[in-house]
Design a protein around this ligand. Structure first.
Ligand code: ZN
Length: 154
């Protein structure tokens, strides 16, 4: 299944010819992967579909308080940590909404425990932030733990 997803991503997003040998390989060398990344075609997505994309990424260094996971609410997500974030809204009393970024440990238990005081829809899959230099090994480890991952330019 994972391989099918990769083949799909190669055809759909990386402009790889459908007769290419790359599609028949199960693993890629770094230089092949970089070639693919360079041939990446930017996908135009409208704001609506971007709105609740869950993104597997490394936490950037940002000013302010260090966030806790919105699922388990105990683990701090430090700069450089692998995490899954989604942009949504906090719904306050009297229905006032505020933009917010929800961050989760890459753990299916945390992802199932989404806050009820926001507008988040249940987690289905995460897209990989290709700028986050997340290795194929890390991606397969996370997907083997039951988190659905898709490769897409974000
Ligand atoms: Zn957590």
């Amino acid at each position: 299944m994972r391989q099918l997803n990769i083949v799909f991503a190669l055809l759909r997003y990386f402009d790889v010819d459908e007769n290419s040998m790359l599609l028949h390989q199960l693993a890629y060398t770094n230089s092949e992967f970089n070639k693919l990344k360079n041939s990446l075609v930017e996908i135009r997505t409208n704001n609506e579909s971007l709105e609740q994309s869950w993104i597997l990424s490394r936490k950037e260094k940002l000013p302010g308080k260090i966030p806790n996971c919105s699922g388990c609410k105990t683990k701090s997500i430090l700069p450089g940590d692998l995490h899954i974030y989604v942009k949504g809204k906090i719904v306050l009393k009297n229905n006032i909404q505020k933009d917010a970024t929800f961050r989760f440990c890459p753990d299916s238990k945390c992802l199932k425990n989404i806050p009820t005081w926001g507008n988040l829809k249940p987690f289905t899959c995460a897209f990989v932030d290709l700028k986050g230099k997340i290795s194929e090994n890390v991606i397969s480890k996370i997907s083997s733990e039951g988190i659905k991952i898709q490769i897409k330019f974000v």
